[in-house]
Design a protein around this ligand. Structure first.
Ligand code: URA
Length: 447
């Protein structure tokens, strides 16, 4: 067995670790026998030297096994979805019931929001009565009965990731591809689903700034999944602009329900359909054999994904899911009854021309300033505040036209939010061409 300084020197020289090396280092760190300063040095060596594909796969499995591994083996057609983070990203609220309606089982752990990003649990908690605390038996039974259950992330899910992430944050080693890929995938592997669909965001507000970097990350995560016997596919999406029109918890639930009613914004609908298609291409719950599974074409998968939006079956799944977890389904039938902050302020266009950009990060920070997000873990949030974006990049506007609406409570954080939003909109005198939302698809054999 090597000493820890030998392992650090090994990586510093650009050599490859064995699984046993990684267990020694990572499990030692979780147990408290390997100190922060040695792991910090090792992280920096990884940052510069990188890792081979089998090595990242081993690292991820060691991290996944550092805590509880959720056993979903008694459930059929399990699927999980992950987004690398977005503003106004209510995709999970729409996609989960779509997948359940398509015959998948979604038994998912979701986090809460931090800083400018929202969390699915926070969004769902804007539905009166809905709660994320289920025993493991309830969680599995509900998944079996209605195909959809969701709990808050267990504290013991991939604890190595929590510790490593905190250390990366203070040692300038966050933006390392093998470390990001292993961090995301360790939690997905520990969460137990057989099929995993990833939404990898690309853009100024995302971890991956360019399409090529995003593709590299997506390929690394697909490969990690394959090594662990899971099927993983990824869609790369632009995230310079918030998805849909709403940012803020209750507002996003309303928009998600409208989308499940077939009257949602085009970008959100398009992304949810694209992710559902990837799930079907990875694993079709209706196919009985591996042979018929490969026969699913993109076109037929897309038609099925659109069908569950049009025929109301995905909406019925959301209603059943909300009710099963204590929520009042009246809010799914009448989403306009959800508590939305009563005070409104408007933001007007600064000039006549075309909207050239809308900084998603600034919109997220505006919601945070209004009280709709938390700066620190455990803080209470106001579910009713938020921002409605009325004009998106590419659209023509005239000076003084309302481009966004702020939903606030008695002016709390309004001035800061207003200023952030003012800066978030960019204008151009020329017409603006908007890049496509779906930039690339990565996965196994392409249908
Ligand atoms: N999300 C994660 O969970 N981990 C990272 O390292 C980056 C994004």
């Amino acid at each position: 067995m090597s000493t820890i300084p030998e392992l650090i020197a090994h990586k510093r020289s650009g050599l490859t670790h064995s699984r046993a090396d990684l267990e020694q280092l990572i499990l030692g760190y979780v147990a408290g026998t390997v100190p922060d300063y040695q792991v910090s040095a090792w992280l920096m060596a990884v940052y510069w030297r990188g890792m081979s594909a089998p090595e990242v796969a081993d690292l991820t499995q060691v991290m996944a096994r550092s805590g509880d591994m959720l056993n979903l083996s008694e459930l059929a057609h399990t699927v999980d979805k992950h987004s690398t983070g977005g503003v106004g990203d209510k995709t999970s609220l729409v996609l989960m019931p779509m997948l359940a309606a398509l015959g998948f089982t979604v038994a998912k752990m979701s986090g809460r929001g931090l800083a400018h990003t929202g969390g699915t649990v926070d969004k769902l908690e804007s539905i009166p009565g809905w709660q994320s605390e289920l025993s493991e038996a309830q969680f599995l039974a509900q998944a079996r009965d209605i195909g959809l259950s969701l709990v808050g992330q267990s504290k013991n899910l991939a604890p190595a990731d929590g510790l490593l992430y905190a250390l990366r944050d203070v040692t300038a080693t966050v933006d390392s591809l093998p470390l990001i890929a292993s961090s995301i995938m360790s939690k997905k592997l520990a969460s137990g689903a057989q099929t995993i669909v990833l939404d990898v965001k690309v853009g100024q507000g995302a971890f991956m700034k360019t399409l090529s970097a995003g593709c590299e990350l997506a390929r690394a995560m697909v490969s990690i999944g394959e090594h662990a016997g899971r099927t993983v596919r990824a869609v790369l999406t632009g995230m310079d602009t918030p998805l849909g029109h709403m940012a803020g918890n209750s507002l996003e639930v309303q928009e998600a329900v409208f989308t499940l009613q077939g009257r949602g914004p085009a970008d959100l609908t398009e992304l949810c359909v694209a992710l559902a298609v990837e799930a079907l291409l990875a694993h079709d719950p209706l196919a009985q054999t591996a042979v018929s599974q490969t026969a699913v074409s993109y076109a037929s998968a897309e038609a099925r994904a659109r069908q569950v939006l049009q025929d109301g079956s995905a909406l019925s799944k959301l209603r059943a899911f909300v009710q099963a977890q204590g929520g009042d389904p009246i809010y799914i039938d009448h989403p306009e009854r959800l508590d939305v902050a009563p005070d409104r302020a408007e933001l007007q266009a600064q000039q006549t021309g075309y909207l050239a950009g809308l900084d998603a990060l600034a919109v997220g920070q505006a919601v945070l300033a209004l009280g709709g997000g938390r700066e620190r873990k455990g803080e209470a949030i106001d579910h009713g505040v938020g921002v409605e974006v009325l004009k998106k990049p590419g659209e023509r506007v005239a000076t003084g036209e309302v481009v966004a609406r702020l939903y606030h409570r008695s002016g709390r954080g309004l001035e800061t939010a207003h200023n952030l939003l003012q800066e978030a909109f960019a204008y151009s005198e020329q017409t603006v061409s908007v890049p496509p939302l779906i930039l690339e698809r990565i996965g196994e054999e392409r249908a």
